[in-house]
Design a protein around this ligand. Structure first.
Ligand code: ATP
Ligand code: MG
Ligand code: MG
Ligand code: MG
Length: 563
């Protein structure tokens, strides 16, 4: 490719909201262009990078035996009603009506679509397992779209879904996907960690996240320096609490005594006041165990959000009610800070979030556990210990430290959550109908474009890894008006292309040398070959973008130096 023919609108101007290097450099380098809040277009260079990542993902998914499909970006709301997620997806799922008044959504994820595709088409255990994936646009109306491609509203995801006749086979596929993802991130040239994670709104039992290590990452992960142990901090806390809790599930919680608001205020050591009344739908207290369970309905009423918060009179977290009801984690932040450690808050008892129980004593020590609250009979508190650095179950005992990560992938063992809800069954060996056992596996393809730069940049611009670089070599003709230089540039460009090395020739007649070098540094191609003054002596310069080291090389040897 020749610079003069390409559309690479580089600029010194910084987007005003761009705080992260990847956001700044991708916009300044003419890779992407913002179109609306959280919506980005890919310009030619950006599209090349996106396609390179997509290709690596596809190659490895195909290699692992998954089959590529494509689901509609628009899905009917009725599918989400079948699974029950129309109630739990909250405002992140954008809904709209067509001219006939039928409701649709812009797909934020596609579990419902895949179940709909497989249901009644795969009917026997003999046809299992099957794994279907797509690389397709997603839309999530993120509360805070930011950081460019990192947290867009429209973004590209690889999402795969597997179907099995048994839990064991699901675990086999889950492990295969873990290995596949490791290959993908390794091929992309990234430093990453696999971490134990929380399943969040997607649900299911086991889940692992893949984090690209970068100081700008939004997630905090705990890593061990002597073994492979790594966990998302929330999962690490939850693990600890699981270890410290005993939950038996014999009779229903309704058998416990109900207490008054006054009892609760005594327990919490806060005055009985109107705000407490607003939040507590039902409080249950079991003497001896000293447990209070609050059923906090996630509703549209801001009053309730305020009330959760006002228990401790702390600042209101800028969160929607849906966020509170979905994860419970926000309630953990805003409602739990000073509660006695023997208090449980059950968030949103009627929706899916009822599985989330937040428990804790203070800001540093709150925990989220997943359990079906309707089945809790007895909760035994063992010592509730705050999770501190170096205080996790489940690793070799080596030194633990916190690091920041960018969530670039997430794999889940879903089990039968969606197949049961949508009545998607197969016949087992004995002719008995059973719901499919499912897994799902996501990779943030467009987020990876940004993640590569977050991990690899300097104060001049991008430093693409060799696997993701739009071009491997930038052949810079210092003065394109000089015929000898222009010819030498063209010759080197052609030789590299013949060898299959992706090369761009900076042949711009009216661009000064300094400008061309500035573009090379900003755009971050791994190498530049500079054809300049020493051409008459048969010498050109080879620049390594990572180190910015320059070496003089004989012109007929330079091509062989590119690896
Ligand atoms: P996050 O915690 O960052 O909001 P998530 O847990 O909601 O992500 P998943 O549902 O696990 O995301 O989706 C799979 C992958 O899609 C994520 O691991 C991430 O790489 C990517 N992804 C999710 N949301 C976005 C977004 N708003 N913009 C770009 N990529 C995203
Ligand atoms: Mg999210
Ligand atoms: Mg996440
Ligand atoms: Mg996730």
């Amino acid at each position: 490719m020749k610079f003069s023919k390409l559309f690479i609108p580089t600029t010194k101007e910084m987007p005003s909201d761009a705080t992260l290097p990847s956001h700044q450099y991708l916009v300044r380098g003419g890779f992407i262009s913002q179109n609306g809040s959280g919506i980005y277009d890919f310009m030619p260079l950006g599209k090349i990078v996106l396609e390179k990542i997509r290709k690596i993902v596809k190659e490895e998914m195909d290699e692992a035996g998954a089959l590529e499909v494509q689901f509609g970006f628009v899905t009917p709301l009725s599918l989400w009603e079948e699974s029950g997620r129309d109630l739990t997806m909250g405002n992140e799922m954008l809904r709209f009506k067509d001219r006939k008044g039928t409701s649709f959504v812009l797909s934020p994820t596609n579990e419902e679509s895949v179940v709909n595709m497989v249901k009644n088409r795969i009917t026997s255990y003999k046809d299992l397992p099957v794994h279907l994936y797509q690389i397709n646009t997603k839309f999530r109306d993120e509360a805070r779209p930011r950081f460019g491609l990192m947290r867009g509203r429209e973004f590209l995801m690889k999402d795969g879904y597997s179907f099995h006749s048994s839990e064991e086979d699901l675990v086999r596929e889950f492990n295969l996907m873990e290995a596949t993802y490791k290959k993908i991130y390794t091929k992309l040239g990234l430093d990453f960690r696999v971490v134990e994670a929380d399943s969040g709104a997607i649900g299911g039992s086991g889940s692992k996240e893949f984090h690209v290590i970068a100081s700008s990452g939004e997630d905090t992960i705990v890593v061990c320096d002597s073994c492979d142990y790594a966990a998302n901090i929330e999962a690490a806390k939850r693990k600890k609490i699981e270890y410290n809790f005993e939950i038996s599930v014999e009779t229903k919680v309704e058998t416990l005594n109900t207490i008054t608001i006054e009892d609760v205020s005594k327990l919490l050591n806060v005055p009985t006041e109107q705000t407490l009344k607003a939040v507590i739908k039902k409080a249950i207290f079991k003497e001896g165990l000293k447990i209070a369970i609050f059923f906090v309905r996630g509703s549209d009423e801001l009053e309730e959000t305020k009330a959760v918060n006002s228990i401790n009179a702390l600042e209101i977290i800028d969160a929607t009610n849906e966020e509170i009801s979905e994860a419970g984690i926000v309630a953990g932040y805003c409602g739990i800070k000073n509660l006695p450690k023997n208090v449980l808050v059950v968030v949103d008892s009627e929706l899916e979030g009822s599985n989330s129980i937040v428990c804790g004593a203070n800001e540093e020590n709150y925990h989220l556990i997943n359990v079906d609250i309707t089945k809790i009979e007895n909760i035994v508190f063992k010592d509730l210990v705050a999770v501190k650095e170096g205080d996790i179950c489940n690793c070799c005992g080596g030194k633990l430290s916190y690091t920041k990560g960018i969530e670039a992938g997430h794999i889940f063992q879903l089990g039968t959550k969606y197949s049961k809800a949508m009545n998607a069954n197969f016949l087992d060996e004995n002719g008995k109908a059973k719901p499919f056992v499912m897994g799902c596996y996501g990779i943030g393809v467009s987020r990876l474009v940004a993640a590569v730069i977050e991990q690899n940049h300097d104060d001049k611009g991008c430093i693409w890894t060799k696997q993701t670089a739009p071009f491997m070599v930038d052949v810079i003709v210092s003065n394109s008006k000089n015929e000898d230089e222009a010819k030498a540039g063209e010759d080197i460009y052609q030789s590299l292309r013949k060898l299959g090395i992706e090369t761009i020739l900076d042949d711009r007649i009216n661009a000064r040398f300094g400008f061309k070098i500035g573009d090379f540094e900003l755009l971050g191609f791994p190498y530049a070959i500079i054809i300049g003054k020493k051409l008459s002596e048969g010498i050109v310069e080879l620049v390594d973008r990572k180190t910015l080291e320059k070496v003089e090389v004989k012109i007929d040897e330079v091509v062989s130096k590119i690896s």
